[in-house]
Design a protein around this ligand. Structure first.
Ligand code: FAD
Length: 45
């Protein structure tokens, strides 16, 4: 089973930046997005 150090809920700018920073420092991160399209900026749609 794959294990992660962190789970980012939502692929908005907040989730993606957090996930990218954690990954940059060696953490295993998964980003979970409820919408079919990632980075959709739900505030706009
Ligand atoms: C009309 C409008 C214009 C704007 N213009 C600008 C601008 O010009 N410049 C600027 O810098 N900012 C602008 N903003 C603000 C900017 O859009 C937001 O501040 C920014 O998108 C917030 O990012 P976020 O990651 O917090 O949330 P979001 O971008 O909303 O991302 C959240 C993500 O989480 C997902 N999600 C939600 N619940 C769940 C769940 N339970 N499980 C999994 N996934 C989930 C959503 O589908 C979404 O993809 C604007 C906002 C609005 C409304």
């Amino acid at each position: 089973m794959t294990e992660y150090d962190a789970i980012a809920i939502g692929s908005g700018i907040g989730g993606l930046v957090t996930a990218a920073l954690l990954a940059r420092y060696g953490k295993r991160v998964i980003v979970c997005e409820s919408h079919a399209i990632a980075i959709r900026c739900s505030a706009y749609v």
